[in-house]
Ligand binder design. Sequence first.
Ligand SMILES: [Mn+2]
Length: 314
Amino acid sequence: MYETCLKLELIPIITHSGTINHPQNISFVSNFAMQLIPYGSDTMKDNPKAKPEFYDYFMLLDGYGSTSSWFRNGKIPEDKLLAIIDHHDVEDDKPKANYSDIRKTGAASSIFAEYLKDGLDTLFEKEELENIATGLFLGIMKDTDNLVKRVQPLDWAMHQYLYPLRKSSVVDDVINTKNSKEFMNLKYKALLETLYEDGTSFACVGWIPEELRGVVAEVADAMMEVENTHTAYSIGILPEIIDVSIRSDKSSYEFKRIEEKFPERKGGGGKFGAWRLVLPNQFTEESYIKPCDSNKDNLQELIYSEFKKRVCDK
Ligand SMILES: [Mn+2]
């Protein structure tokens, strides 16, 4: 999409509300010359591009607004919304855009790959096409856990289409990125203390810095590998938010019902089987009760038990 805009002489800027933390994602981004504006981060505070007023038009890609604080706060008017291209479960209150392509695929990358295959590829030189194919190929691998989970027919087809076009050395580089010791320690500690009950399991990663946020999702995935588990909740406490990863392969599971139990939520959403819930963390450095070494464990226990209680209450 970025490259296509450039070809059409539009100036694309990719903004996103979080930060890029997972080692694989850092490695991914460093392989491509894209400008990314993490508009919520402190380092971007004074950058005009971190303000919605800077932009003439918007496109929501791989999300329909539920995780965008700009969108949720009404900063993206519908008449400025050019397109929504997404593969998440979309609720009735989805925004209207000039162009909208929302399909149930494992990876949003598969939708973009299909555009490429259906003619966009003619816009690009060989080298450009290989770079784009590499990015989309990695997107499909990542979102489908290497074509194991959430795979839809289009994902298979686009994997096959992109395979000969991709730069295999870049793909290997990104896939083989290692995790830090801290990351692995947190992951296994949370798994050791996981609570398994009637197919539903809970794990708490505890207080983590922003750059280790990826552990929360990895723990949720790992919990699902335990026999008889149909639903998993993994929570991590970050300086500003409580990050929750949810997995379920139970057909009757309704993420919406869980979401409603947290009216204070700051965001969330997901796709079949995998969701995320973002809750405010009341115990930030600025708050009346600050997390410090002596009360961190207690606050963690408080947050974790309140979470479990709310999820389990009918
Ligand atoms: Mn996605």
